[in-house]
Design a protein. Structure first.
Lengths: 702, 74
């Protein structure tokens, strides 16, 4: 139930009448809020003339400029239909806003009413009081009127149109921020412009080169991109204003600028130049917006007066621009000319990967990604790997891995280094490993407990807490992993990613040229490796655990070879491969002895399988069927070899449905049994709970 | 009666088959310990990959090379 808050209900009937008889006739009433509330409905005291059809009447809330006139775009709006308006008597006509607007306390706003169908024969009358005619003046605002569709306004200070604002102060939402997905491919930058919808930021098109290495990091409500010589910013925070001449005193980082006409204010974040034509990006802190041609003023850090004229109306984010030092000026230092690694650490933007200085790292000033000058006696200063005690790492840097604000891992080609603390404030660098490096910037991930996993010289490694000596976790189970994969950074991409839902690490190798993709899932629960293969369309080039605002979009996302974002879907029994789905070829084999005495043979007389899912239907998800085959051999390695090589089986068949299946009368004889269960049928999956058989001992092995 | 243990602990090729570590196998593909059937540890076919967003970034010959998110204050 909405509550009545700010209003002016009139004091001196009969009221005066403001007539709107033209589409360009706009009427407004400013008011000053007494408390903050969520404004959801505005009632106005209006009528129309007998027989009129006034069409749709628009009621909108606006910010006001320094003169108290409505300004900018509507903050919220709603409509009133002709049929709701009496043509004989005045009445309070409610208008529900299409979305509620949270008004601030002690802030002046304006209610604006107009209609596109209004003309001399279809008229709206909005009543007002006039303290010049004996009414009490409404202290919170005044009557505003425009005859040119809101382009300019006049004020009647003695007049006050009758209005009522309704809303509530109950928490309408706990949401205080919005998260948007970013995906980069084919030299394009896409962002989630609305829930589940990705839109290209066209200004970025071909301004990056995704053939070259590229990394990106979120910081300060922006995305910073390192793509060799393309160092770019996608800015989702700032408002942009432009001027043909920024004047003698350009704004500084943090300067507050004020629009002379609009009353709009912004805190400057970044400017493109220190003189002449300049684009200024800043966080607007008012509801009023910057207009074209107005004079913007402020005071810089040295108390110099700033003054320039805007050359256009402000532009809302997102924006795309070059990442340079502030004003593009060397007095604020310079970013490295080339870098493909970027990270955020202790509020510093970190860059590395300059081809001429591959062992160098560079960090911006704390909390200022535009300041790269090295300043003595400033613990916040920009630093690089040759100007402080915590110096170069001595190896080619391949991965930048921050751990909060506490420590930072440099993953290098053949070594791993730990930066402890801040490099400009008694930090230190220690070598954690001289025997393995980190394969690449995508070949690492952290689990929920901040343990670091990475692909190194001899397989998959784990660093507990990210700062212990690396331990190879794949060598025992996968001793030939590196040999089998024949990894070549010029041909292959390795991606490691933590799957929180399935409690494991997915490790994939994708061939850059065609998307061929193989890998292993490493389960943190069983500490086992599980081979996986994907279709070439699904070849994984990057991955990201997206904690979306929208529950259905929360997923571990894979950036695939064909330009789609995909994730594991528990109900999916096939792989999506674009226009169609492709069946998953899943199987496992087992090699088991069927003799108690390896000098004698055994006979497996029957085999029983319990498929997953219990009874058909019911509470548990049902397995589909699967096929099986069994082989016999006198030694275990032959049994496994027969499975792998696809040798002719002793017997085979299919199982369908769930639960316990009828006995398989195998009558297979030998010392070792090779069993295979598999399914490569579209829209099917399978799982087996239990497997047992009856074995009898027979004669000697010949 | 003999029970054959399902290789729930995954794949291992570090030993000869007669010394295969318990609950592992030397022959497996596309099986997960938590697969498509319930959230139980059970050897099951891995879940399929499905599109999460309808948009195709840049066409079918161009892989997505970087994913992240940006958070803005409302």
């Amino acid at each position: 139930m909405a509550t009545l808050y700010d209003n002016y209900s009139g004091t001196a009937e009969p009221y005066n009448a403001l007539t709107l008889d033209n589409a360009n006739d706009w009427a407004g009433q400013s008011f000053t809020t007494t408390v903050p509330f969520s404004l959801s409905r505005i009632d106005i005291w209006i009528r129309k003339l007998s027989g009129d059809n006034v069409g749709t009447i628009i009621v909108a809330l606006y910010a006001v400029d320094g003169s108290g006139h409505p300004t900018g775009v509507a903050l919220a709006s709603g409509t009133i239909d002709d049929s709701a308006i009496s043509d004989s008597t005045y009445a309070w006509i409610p208008c529900t806003l299409s979305s509620a607007y949270n008004v601030s306390a002690s802030t002046k706003y304006a209610i604006v009413v107009h209609g596109t169908a209004l003309d001399a024969s279809n008229v709206i009358i909005w009543s007002y009081d006039d303290n010049g005619s004996g009414a009490s003046d409404f202290a919170g605002g005044d009557l505003e009127w425009s005859t040119n569709g809101g382009s300019s306004w006049s004020t009647t200070t003695t007049g006050d149109l009758l209005f009522r604002c309704y809303g509530n102060i109950a928490p309408s939402s706990d949401k205080t921020y919005s998260r948007a997905l970013i995906a980069i491919g084919n030299h394009e930058f896409w962002y989630e412009s609305s829930t589940s919808t990705l839109t290209e930021l066209t200004a970025a098109n071909a301004d990056i080169n995704t053939v070259n290495p590229l990394t990106a990091v979120e910081a300060y409500q922006k995305v910073f991109i390192a793509n060799k010589t393309n160092l770019k910013v996608a800015d989702f925070l700032n408002t942009k204003i432009a001027t043909a001449d920024v004047g003698a005193n350009p704004p500084d980082f943090g300067t507050v600028l004020t629009g002379g006409s609009s009353g709009a204010e912004m805190i400057v974040d970044y400017i493109t130049t220190l003189s002449s034509a300049c684009t200024i990006y800043g966080k607007r802190i008012t509801t009023a917006t910057f207009s074209s041609g107005e004079t913007v003023t402020g005071t810089d850090d040295d108390d110099n007066a700033i003054s320039f004229a805007t050359s256009a109306v402000e532009t809302a984010p997102p924006h795309w621009y070059d990442w340079t030092a502030f004003g593009g000026d060397s007095s604020f230092g310079a970013l490295p000319a080339s870098a493909y690694l970027v990270a955020l650490y202790r509020g510093r933007l970190v860059l590395a990967g300059h081809p001429d200085y591959p062992n160098m790292w560079y960090m911006s000033k704390i909390a200022n990604p535009w300041k790269w000058i090295y300043e003595e006696d400033d613990r916040l200063t920009a630093v690089s790997g040759n100007n402080v005690k915590a110096g170069e790492v001595g190896d080619i840097i391949r991965a930048l891995i921050p751990f909060g604000d506490d420590y930072f891992i440099f993953g290098c080609a053949s070594s791993i280094h730990l930066l402890d603390g801040d490099p400009a404030d008694n930090g230190s660098i220690d070598k954690l490993s001289g025997t393995t490096g980190i394969y690449s910037w995508t070949a690492w991930c952290k689990d929920a407990e901040e343990n670091l996993y990475f692909f190194g010289r001899d397989g998959v490694y784990k660093m507990t807490g990210g700062r212990s000596k690396p331990v190879n976790i794949s060598r025992t189970a996968l001793p030939k992993l590196v040999l089998d994969w024949a990894l070549d950074p010029s041909l292959h991409r390795v991606v490691l990613t933590y799957d929180a839902k399935r409690q494991g690490i997915l490790i994939t190798k994708t061939t850059l040229s065609d998307g061929t993709c193989v890998g292993y899932f490493y389960s943190l629960e069983t500490e086992g490796f599980y081979p996986v293969t994907f279709q070439t369309q699904n070849g994984i080039f990057c991955a990201y655990d997206y904690n979306s605002d929208t529950p259905t979009d929360r997923a571990l996302l894979f950036g695939c070879n064909d330009g789609y974002l995909r994730s594991f879907l528990d109900t999916a029994k096939d792989d999506d491969t674009g226009a169609s789905d492709t069946a998953i070829n899943s199987y496992f084999g087992m090699v088991e002895p069927i003799t108690e005495d390896f000098d004698r043979e055994g006979v497996l007389t029957s085999l029983t399988v319990e498929m997953a899912g219990g009874a058909s239907g019911g509470d548990f998800s049902d397995s589909d069927g699967c096929s099986y085959e069994y082989h016999s051999a006198d030694d275990s390695e032959t049994a496994l070899e027969d499975l792998k090589d696809g040798a002719t089986a002793w017997g085979s068949g299919t199982l369908s449905g769930t639960g316990r299946k009828s006995r398989i009368r195998s009558r297979i004889r030998g010392a070792w049994l090779g069993l295979k269960f598999y399914n490569s049928t579209a829209s099917e999956t399978f799982g087996i709970n239990k497997l047992f058989g009856i074995i009898k001992q027979v004669g000697r092995i010949k | 009666m003999a029970e054959f243990q399902i290789p729930i602990k995954g794949y291992s090729e570090g030993f000869t088959p007669d010394k295969q570590p318990s609950l592992t196998t030397g022959y497996m593909d596309n099986m997960f310990p938590r697969g498509t059937l319930e959230e139980k540890i059970r050897l099951t076919q891995r879940p399929g990959l499905d599109k999460t967003f309808a948009a195709q970034i840049g066409g079918d010959t161009a892989p997505i090379v970087c994913i992240l998110s940006v958070t803005t204050v409302d």
